[in-house]
Design a protein around this ligand. Structure first.
Ligand code: 0XW
Ligand code: MG
Length: 366
């Protein structure tokens, strides 16, 4: 099978619950890049990548659009069924910029799995169960407001809540306590600082939350700072933003810095590398979350398939961006139920893309 054309679309995806923020900034929605890969077999594969504003990671939406325009002509004629060859081709054409490559890599996996008649989770090596646990994220808002939002998500069935921290550690500790009071002991809490604290602030938070049960996520920006916090943390510790390469993951696992890893598809450059990191993390005995920086239906399907092909008990949870945003870009995803979501059973990502609603592509390479 050969790639005959690459088309790219832009979709704006406002958040259903208004402004979303982390310790680093805020956004009103995702500005998504959607990529279609057409082939000589008549199969089209789809992929999606949306950064969270420009503040969250080394990624920004207009950079993704400029980058895909440079990259797309170079993959014409390539075989989407050979993702590792495709990754090398993209890497030799463009150094770094994993977020630019992510949707293109995802679209090739979708095309290859559709061509073979296999759901993506099976093409990735194995389906472990039918559904994946989901979490909802609570922005770093005033503790009472966070508690109110937590109650709403818990009544919608979510059993896992990510409480955003990474600001003033005492206010952060009050937010965590207010959320725990609101949802009771049976909802798992994750305090995610998105790397916003100094080691001093992280230690103050740990002291102020002694006695609470939760998992700590990415307290400080660098692996070195997180390693310095680790001996003071009696909770499970997960790393997200600082695990951007395989050596970083291996170090975090081997040196006991992290119990688990959050892999974002865009941060590592697509499904190929996300699956590699996931497999290594499992072999290192770590827990794994496969998620992404943003998107809607197409991206949620990819997160579900990568998660469902992660063996339990290593699999942690993922996010249902389809419920975060007010627009969809496909059909075929099951609704979330009891805080869980199943992956579609149709071949590839299993999503029928609403192409007519995407408008004209801003890029067509053929
Ligand atoms: C909760 N997320 C998955 C959504 C945004 O992309 C940021 C990210 C996080 O880990 O904070
Ligand atoms: Mg995180």
């Amino acid at each position: 099978m050969r790639i005959t054309a690459v088309r790219a679309f832009r979709q704006r995806q406002p958040f259903a619950d208004g402004t979303y923020s982390t310790a680093g900034g805020s956004a009103e929605g995702f500005d998504s890049l959607i990529v279609a890969v057409d082939t000589d077999e008549g199969v089209t594969g789809w992929g999606e990548m949306a950064p969270l504003g420009a503040f969250y990671a080394d990624a920004f939406a207009s950079g993704a659009r400029a980058g895909i325009a440079d990259l797309a002509p170079g993959v014409l004629g390539a075989d989407p069924c050979q993702p590792r060859r495709l990754v090398r081709r993209m890497d030799s054409a463009m150094r770094g910029q994993p977020y630019v490559k992510s949707a293109l890599d995802m679209a090739c996996w979708d095309a290859a799995a559709r061509f073979r008649g296999q759901p993506l989770c099976e093409a990735l090596g194995g389906r472990f169960g039918e559904a994946v646990d989901l979490y909802r994220s609570l922005p770093p808002i005033e503790p009472g407001a966070a508690a109110g939002l937590a109650r709403r998500y818990a009544s919608d069935g979510y059993r896992r809540l990510q409480v955003k921290v990474g600001g003033d550690p005492h206010t952060d500790a009050r937010r965590l306590a207010a959320v725990r009071d609101a949802v009771g002991p049976d909802v798992a809490l994750f305090a995610d600082a998105n790397g916003g604290w100094t080691t001093t602030a992280a230690r103050r938070f740990l002291l102020a939350t002694a006695g609470h049960t939760y998992t700590l996520e990415q307290p400080c920006a660098t692996l070195e700072e997180c390693a310095a916090v680790r001996p003071h943390c009696p909770h499970p510790l997960i790393l997200d933003e600082s695990i951007d390469t395989l050596p970083a993951l291996v170090r975090a696992g081997r040196e006991g810095i992290a119990d688990g890893v959050t892999i974002k598809i865009a941060r590592v450059g697509g499904v190929t590398r996300a699956a590699t990191l996931r497999d290594v993390a499992v072999e290192l005995g770590m827990t794994v979350t496969v998620e992404d920086t943003g998107g809607a239906t197409i991206d949620t399907a990819a997160m579900l398939h990568l998660s469902l092909s992660t063996p339990e008990p290593h699999r942690l949870h993922t996010v249902d961006f389809t419920d975060w945003v007010t627009v969809a870009n496909g059909d075929g995803l099951p609704a979330h139920a009891g805080g869980r979501m199943a992956a579609p059973s149709a071949p590839g990502l299993g999503v029928e893309v609403r192409e007519a609603e995407l408008g004209e592509p801003f890029l067509r390479a053929s």
